[in-house]
Design a protein around this ligand. Structure first.
Ligand SMILES: [Zn+2]
Length: 574
C-alpha cells in the first residue's frame, strides 16, 4: 500500500450513483435537475458522515456539467467537470461554519455571490454545519437567501436541524439524509477492500460498520486503521481486539446458559468479561441488544430490523428458535432495568449478577406448589354440572356418557380450556341445555362459583408466618430471601398482602416470584383469594431514636441475623 491515500477521500463518491445508502434522496435530486426545477436554497440534514457534503458537491458538479449523461449524472469529462474533479472550479465554494461563523465570514461569502459564473450556469455555495453560525451571521445571511441572484444556489448542511431558525428553514428545500444501514456500509467496505487488494472477513466488516454507527466516513477511517495494523488481512478477531468490542460469542454462550438455567455458568462468563476489562454497563446494554436481536429474528416480518452480516444473522435465527418469546420480553425488561439502575447502584457488580440470576430463573421449572388454578378451573365447569372437582393435575377421565348429538359448542368451550394439549372432559351441555353464555359469563362465574375456591379466614400473624415459611424454601436466592425477611407483609382488608419495599430491584424480585409465592400462601392459609401488592416506600419515616436499645431493636428488625449474632457473641448493650 504505497502512495497511501485515506480511503474516505479516495473513495469519496463522484456520481449520485456511487453515493452509498441514500438512493431515494439522490434519485429525487437527479429528477429535480432533469426537470430543471432547481431551488435557490437546499438544506441537507442528517448525522455525520452520511454523504451530505459529497451530495452537495456532486449536485454542484452535475448542474454545471456541459454534457450530462442520460442517467442524469455529470459526465466527468467536460471542462467544468474536470475543474470540479481537480478542485479548481470557481463555481463551488465551501464554508465551514463550525470555524468561520462570524458576520465577516458571511459578508465575504455574500460579496462573492453577486459575481456571475464564467463557465457553467450556477455558482454553488455550500455552508457546512450551518447551525454554528452566530445569530448576527444568520441575519446577515438571511437577506441574501431571500433575494439571491439567479445564478446562485445555496446548500446548507447540518447535523442539528432543530437548531436551524424557522426563517431559514422556510426558505430551503429540506432533504433528510438517513443513517446508512450496516449492510450498506459493510458492502461498500467489501468493495473498497477488493479494490485495495485487502482480504477482509465479512464478520469483521460487519463489526466495523456497527461501530461506525451509520457513518461511512468513520467506517472507512476505522477500516484504514485496521487494514494498516493487520497488514491487509482484516479478521474478526483483529477487529474486536482493535476496537475493544465485546465478542458477540459471549452473548450467545450466556444465552445458552440462561436457557438451561445455569446460574454458575452465567456468573463465571460475566467474571471473564469483567476480567478482560470490559465496562459492565456496555456489557448490559450489549446483552439487551442481543435479546432484542433474538426477538426480531423470531419473526420474518421483523427480520429486516436485524442489522448484521449473513453468518451472524443465521446464528441469531438458530438461537431464536430455542427462545420463548415471553422469555425474551422478560429478559429484555430485566436487562433494561439493570441498565437504568446501574448508575445509581452502589454495588454495580451485584446488580448485574442479580440480573443474570433473574434471567436464569425465567427458564427454571415452575414451583411445584403452583398447581391450584382456581380461576381456570371454575370456568371449565361452568355448565352448572355438580361435577366433583378433579385435581387439576389428575389424568383426564373420559367424559361420562357423551350425548350422541354433535358437540356444537366445542369451539367456544375450547377457547377456555387452559391447556389445549391435554384432552379434558369438554363442558358438553346436557341435552337441550344451551351454553352460548360461557364467554360472556366467564368473569361472573369466576366470582360467583365460590364452592371451589377456598376462603379460610386468617390473620396478620398467619400471613407473616406463611411469608417467612416460603422464604425458608429459597435460602439460595439470597437477594429475594433477604428481601422477604426484612420486608414482612401487612394484611390489608381481608385478602390483600401488602408489602412495602425500598427499590425497584426488590419489587422486581418479588414480582418475579409472585405466582409461586401466592400459590404457596394460598395453600398454607387455605385461602385462594389472597392477593399480593407491593409499594415502594423510601424509608425516611422510620422512627428517629437516640437510644441505643431502640436502635438495636430497629437494626434487628432490619436484619434478623443480628439477633443471632448478639446471642452467639454474648453481647450486652446498655
Ligand atoms: Zn461534465
Amino acid at each position: 500500500m504505497e502512495n497511501y491515500i485515506v480511503s474516505a477521500r479516495k473513495y469519496r463518491p463522484s456520481t449520485f450513483q456511487s453515493v452509498v445508502g441514500q438512493k431515494a434522496l439522490t434519485q429525487t435530486l437527479k429528477n429535480a435537475i432533469d426537470a430543471g426545477k432547481l431551488a435557490h436554497a437546499y438544506l441537507f440534514c442528517g448525522p455525520r458522515g452520511v454523504g451530505k457534503t459529497s451530495c452537495a458537491r456532486i449536485f454542484a458538479k452535475t448542474i454545471n456539467c456541459l454534457h450530462p449523461t442520460e442517467a442524469g449524472e455529470a459526465c466527468n469529462e467536460c471542462e467544468s467537470c474536470r475543474a470540479f474533479n481537480e478542485q479548481r472550479s470557481y463555481n463551488i465554494s465551501e464554508l465551514d461554519a463550525a470555524s468561520n461563523n462570524s458576520v465577516d465570514d458571511i459578508r465575504q461569502l455574500v460579496d462573492q455571490v453577486r459575481i456571475p459564473p464564467q463557465i457553467g450556469k450556477y455558482k454553488v455555495y455550500i455552508v457546512d454545519e450551518v447551525h454554528m453560525l452566530s445569530t448576527a451571521a444568520f441575519n446577515a445571511f438571511l437577506k441574501t437567501l431571500e433575494e439571491p441572484p439567479h445564478h446562485a444556489i445555496f446548500i446548507l448542511a447540518t447535523t442539528e436541524k432543530h437548531k436551524i431558525l424557522p426563517t431559514i428553514l422556510s426558505r430551503c428545500q429540506v432533504y433528510d439524509f438517513q443513517r446508512i444501514t450496516i449492510a450498506d456500509i459493510a458492502e461498500h467496505l467489501q468493495y473498497v477492500a477488493a479494490q485495495e487488494g485487502i482480504v477482509a472477513e465479512a464478520e469483521a466488516l460487519g463489526v466495523i460498520a456497527q461501530k461506525a454507527d451509520g457513518g461511512m466516513r468513520d467506517a472507512l477511517s476505522i477500516f484504514d486503521q485496521i487494514a494498516s495494523f493487520t497488514a491487509g488481512n482484516i479478521t474478526y478477531n483483529a477487529v474486536i481486539e482493535n476496537l475493544n468490542v465485546l465478542d458477540y460469542e459471549y452473548y450467545f454462550r450466556l444465552t445458552d446458559a440462561f436457557l438451561s438455567a445455569n446460574v454458575p455458568a452465567t456468573l463465571l462468563l460475566y467474571k471473564e468479561i469483567c476480567d478482560k476489562g470490559f465496562e459492565s454497563q456496555h456489557f448490559v446494554s450489549g446483552l439487551s441488544n442481543h435479546f432484542r436481536n433474538l426477538l426480531v429474528s423470531k419473526d420474518a416480518a421483523t427480520l429486516s430490523l436485524l442489522e448484521m452480516g449473513e453468518a451472524t444473522a443465521k446464528r441469531y435465527g438458530e438461537q431464536a428458535t430455542k427462545c420463548d418469546t415471553r422469555l425474551l420480553y422478560k429478559a429484555m425488561d430485566l436487562s433494561n432495568k439493570c441498565d437504568l439502575d446501574y448508575r445509581v447502584s452502589n454495588n454495580k457488580r451485584f446488580l448485574v449478577e442479580l440480573m443474570l440470576i433473574q434471567i436464569c430463573q425465567l427458564s427454571m421449572p415452575a414451583e411445584p406448589v403452583q398447581t391450584v388454578q382456581p380461576a381456570l378451573q371454575s370456568v371449565r365447569t361452568t355448565a352448572a354440572q355438580p361435577q366433583p372437582q378433579p385435581a387439576p393435575q389428575a389424568a383426564p377421565k373420559p367424559a361420562p356418557a357423551q350425548p350422541a348429538t354433535p358437540p356444537k359448542p366445542a369451539p367456544s368451550a375450547q377457547a377456555y380450556t387452559p391447556r389445549p394439549a391435554t384432552p379434558r372432559p369438554t363442558a358438553t351441555p346436557r341435552a337441550g341445555m344451551p351454553v352460548p353464555s360461557i364467554r360472556i359469563n366467564a368473569q361472573k362465574t369466576e366470582t360467583t362459583d365460590v364452592s371451589e375456591k377456598r376462603r379460610n379466614p386468617f390473620n396478620q400473624d398467619a400471613l407473616v408466618a406463611a411469608w417467612l415459611k416460603y422464604a425458608e424454601t429459597i435460602p439460595d436466592e439470597v437477594a429475594l430471601y433477604n428481601t422477604m425477611l426484612t420486608h414482612k407483609p401487612t394484611l390489608k382488608g381481608e385478602i390483600m398482602c401488602h408489602v412495602e419495599i425500598e427499590s425497584t430491584i426488590q419489587q422486581s424480585l418479588i414480582t418475579l416470584t409472585k405466582d409461586a409465592l401466592l400459590a404457596f400462601i394460598h395453600n398454607e392459609l387455605q385461602n385462594d383469594y389472597i392477593d399480593l401488592e407491593t409499594e415502594i416506600k423510601v424509608s425516611n419515616e422510620r422512627r428517629v431514636s437516640y437510644n441505643t436499645g431502640d436502635i438495636l431493636i430497629a437494626m434487628k428488625e432490619d436484619n434478623p441475623n443480628l439477633e443471632k449474632a448478639v446471642e452467639m457473641l454474648n453481647l450486652e448493650i446498655d
